[in-house]
Ligand binder design. Structure first.
Ligand code: UDP
Length: 372
């Protein structure tokens, strides 16, 4: 065998595993179907602006080990995510905090805000939330559910909130202080110079072949290595033989505009059902409107995000982790465990709505176990 490890997918899981294996003296080959590394964290530089081509990625974590690890490959800026919501032209602060409550109800103190929410969720008292709608109402009451959650979530997921798992909304904090920081994380930031540069550093000294479709040439590639790390969709690996796992895909409509400030914020969520896109990203604000030399940028790049149901040939983004799909995934996982020399990892390999830090964490653990 020419290699100890063949790593399918040059995203964060694959790059982390590759870096660890190389460091321990293993012979590693990384392949990716795309012509670019970095998976969905890939950034392209347009007009001096690092554009998050596959959707906005804001690194945040509470995990010291992951933070120390990733800081070897990039310097992180002090960007703090504070998206705003636009509901039919009304602007609200996110995540749900005293600024949001104050604008919505005219309340000024935490006590008033809590009383308002309490009165709006009375029917939920003593009930265990069974789905996203019940979970949202019991967290923030009916008004916020209506203006900031229901229509956005139904656009994003293409399913009624009563049919979605409650955990999706639990990602968002609810705070009774004036604090627009979206994440409850100890560390947060964007890699200076973009994610592509960061992943390039992780893969430094590792052989990478791009534009290679593993599943099309599986037999050939399997002959090259003792072990395989597969980070593509697990159902595709098995030829969809038990059925197709559902995903949401996102289409990005990206434009360069001849203005220096389009929306005054990196992320604006359109939480009403009348706007066809879910959010608009203005990429330059992830880096304070400046290029890598600190120069002011005269133009701007924006991306409108449109969410739709994934079908074969689309990019899979969000696994739809409802009961039906999770139980199908468990069957694929059992098949995967029978593939002795293959590790399935990452958002697609494990069919899990992972954040970046969690993916790095599981890849470090998998590498640690495999390489000891
Ligand atoms: N969400 C919402 N309103 C918002 C933002 C988020 O209802 O303005 C809900 C929605 O269901 C979404 C979930 O919260 O799927 C998680 O949002 P997050 O911003 O964490 O999602 P991501 O950035 O991964 O798309």
């Amino acid at each position: 065998m020419e290699y100890d490890y063949l790593i399918v997918g040059a995203g964060l899981y694959g790059a982390t595993f590759a870096e660890q294996a190389k460091k321990r003296g293993k012979r590693v080959l990384v392949i990716d179907k795309r012509d670019t590394i970095a998976g969905n964290v890939y950034t392209d530089n347009i007009e001096g602006i690092n554009v998050h081509v596959y959707g906005a990625h804001i690194f945040h974590t509470n995990n010291d080990r992951v933070w120390d690890y990733i800081n070897q490959f990039a310097e992180f800026n002090r960007y703090t995510n504070s998206p705003i919501a636009n509901y039919n032209g009304e602007i609200y602060s996110l995540p749900f905090n005293m600024y949001t409550f104050s604008k919505l109800w005219g309340v000024t103190t935490p006590e008033e805000a809590k009383a308002k929410i309490k009165s709006q969720k009375s029917e939920m008292t003593n009930k265990n939330p069974k789905n996203l709608e019940e979970q949202a109402i019991s967290l923030v009451g009916k008004d916020i559910y209506k203006k900031l959650i229901k229509e956005y979530t139904e656009k994003q997921w293409g399913r009624p909130c009563t049919e979605l798992p409650a955990f999706i909304i639990k990602r968002l904090p609810v705070r009774f202080i004036y604090d627009n920081n979206y994440f409850d994380s100890k560390y947060q930031g964007i890699p200076v110079g973009g994610y592509t540069k960061m992943v390039e550093k992780m893969l430094d000294g590792v052989e990478v072949r791009l534009g290679v479709d593993y599943l099309k040439h599986k037999k050939e590639y399997d002959k090259l290595a003792n072990k395989i790390i597969y980070t593509g969709p697990i159902d595709a690996y098995f030829g969809y033989k038990l059925g197709v796992l559902e995903y949401r895909t996102v289409k990005f409509d990206t434009e360069v505009l001849d203005v220096d400030n389009y929306q005054g914020n990196a992320v604006v969520n359109y939480t009403d059902k009348n706007t066809p896109y879910t959010r608009v990203i203005e990429h330059k604000w992830f880096e304070f409107g400046k290029d890598s030399q600190g120069n002011h940028l005269p133009k701007t790049v924006i991306s409108k995000e449109y969410s739709s149901e994934w079908k074969e040939g689309d990019e899979p983004y969000y696994p739809v982790n409802d009961e039906k799909n999770n139980s199908l995934y468990e069957k694929y996982k059992a098949l995967g465990q029978k593939e002795e020399d293959v590790i399935f990892g990452g958002r697609l390999g494990e069919y899990k709505y992972y954040d970046m830090d969690a993916v790095i964490d599981v890849a470090l653990k998998a590498a640690h176990d495999a390489l000891k």
